[in-house]
Design a protein around this ligand. Sequence first.
Ligand code: IPE
Length: 251
Amino acid sequence: MKRPVLVKLGGSVITFKDRPLAANIEAIDRISSVLAGVSPLVVVHGGGSFGHYWSVKYDMHTKPAAYDPHGVSVVHESMVALNQVIVNSMIKAGSNPYALAPPVFTSGHRPLPSKIKEIGAMAQAGMTPVTYGDVVHMGGKKYSILSGDALMSMLARALRPSKVIFATNVDGIYRDMKAKELVSEMRPDGKVEFSDVLADVTGGMQRKVREAFKIASLGMDVMMVNGLVPERIAEAAGGKTPVGTLVRGRR
Ligand code: IPE
């Protein structure tokens, strides 16, 4: 059995973060062409100017709370809409994507192991499961944002992918933001300085690095690459080390 490749398409790559509800169709299409050559594959995508835009408007966060129910509908629907754009682009590129909202395989923030196993089986059989950060039910009137980065850890833990790739709009982790000096390789216990770049509702880059470290601590290599240069995703998926930051899995 070939272990799948697990890819997160960050909201900064697939949308224009400074423009509400604007999908970066060109970037999505270019990534889709590259992903069509990767199998088995599981894809997670973020919210960018869709989910994050409305989460901010309705003051919704990862912390479970009784948020405005109308906001819950609007945030969820915006993610379904973005997901549609991605899935349709992948179909056009020749992949066989299958969209799965997180509550199909989670309960609140907890994974449903038998359902995640099915996701693995689908990937093995030639489908590409595609899921996304979303707003999820936490019980009673409570809801919470479940980020795509948190889904990455959850899926990595259960599926043990051969490659874990985070695609963002930057080349990787920088040692120094000003000099833009890229860290090509680090260990999950390495130190990173955040010169606090704008954090969004789910914690921005900091959250990604934290999840990447978590996954690397489980023994899997994690590659952080620039998704606006999609060939780097292809190279990382193919076992090469493209420009980016490799977080070495703890052996
Ligand atoms: C965001 O998911 C989900 C919502 C806000 C509904 P992510 O937190 O993974 O999105 P990006 O990649 O940072 O945009």
